[in-house]
Design a protein around this ligand. Structure first.
Ligand code: VGL
Ligand code: ZN
Length: 217
């Protein structure tokens, strides 16, 4: 089914970074399979507005298992009263694995939102950090940036389908944007979660789109 977008739509490219691809520190299943399709969308100038998020952690970040004595990657702990998955060290500021993927022509990129820089708070969504010690989720400024440009619809893709892409799409919808997710241009950390992710998106009113079905209106 075709999905028509116009100049009021923005593409949000979530965490398209080598550390989330095979060989990287926190590899998604087939994570690199999305690279050619994203490169094509950008070269075609399909979207008038393009923004990328970049996971960007300091050494010793609270989300790293290595920061917690005796903890193993993929374990869950409670942090500020919320569940927090502990990850392998990944996307450390300034390392090659944290860069925007070199296989994509980024010329059409308008802005980059870096997230996860607060040593004590994780940040999955491009719009808001995870819960902090005060129970709040601080805004990144992305919603304001989009609104000042007249954007009313966002289309999200990138990595990981079950973590940062999902959280970004959910926040976009909650913040008032019509929201689509390019399913074929995402991949999960945990493939077993795909059915649940798909059901959650549909139930919440997020449109699931395939890249080949995008049309310019
Ligand atoms: C992500 C886990 C930790 C993601 C980032 O980009 O989905 N997942 N940090
Ligand atoms: Zn991270």
């Amino acid at each position: 089914m075709s999905h028509t977008i116009d100049d009021r739509a923005a593409l949000i490219l979530v965490d398209v970074q080598p550390d989330f691809m095979p060989g990287g520190a926190l590899a998604c299943h087939e994570g690199d399979a999305i690279v050619p399709g994203i490169d094509r969308l950008l070269r075609e100038r399909m979207f008038r507005h393009v923004v990328a998020t970049q996971d960007w952690h300091p050494h010793g970040h609270v989300s790293f298992a290595s920061t917690h004595h005796g903890a193993a990657p993929f374990e869950q702990i409670a942090l500020y009263g919320q569940p927090q998955t502990l990850w392998p060290d990944h996307c450390v500021q300034g390392t090659p694995g944290a860069g925007l993927h070199p296989g994509i022509d980024w010329s059409a990129l308008d802005a980059v939102i870096r997230k996860g820089s607060d040593p004590g708070v994780d940040s999955y969504s491009g719009f808001r950090e995870n819960h902090g010690p005060d129970g709040q989720r601080p805004r990144t400024g992305l919603a304001g940036w989009l609104r000042e440009r007249g954007v009313d619809e966002v289309v999200v893709c990138g990595l990981a389908r079950d973590v940062c892409v999902l959280w970004t799409a959910q926040d976009a919808l909650e913040l008032g944007f019509r929201t689509g997710l390019l399913w074929d241009l995402t991949r999960p950390v945990t493939p077993e979660t795909d059915a649940a992710t798909h059901a959650t998106l549909l139930a919440q009113g997020i449109t699931i789109v395939e890249a080949r079905d995008l049309r310019r209106g």
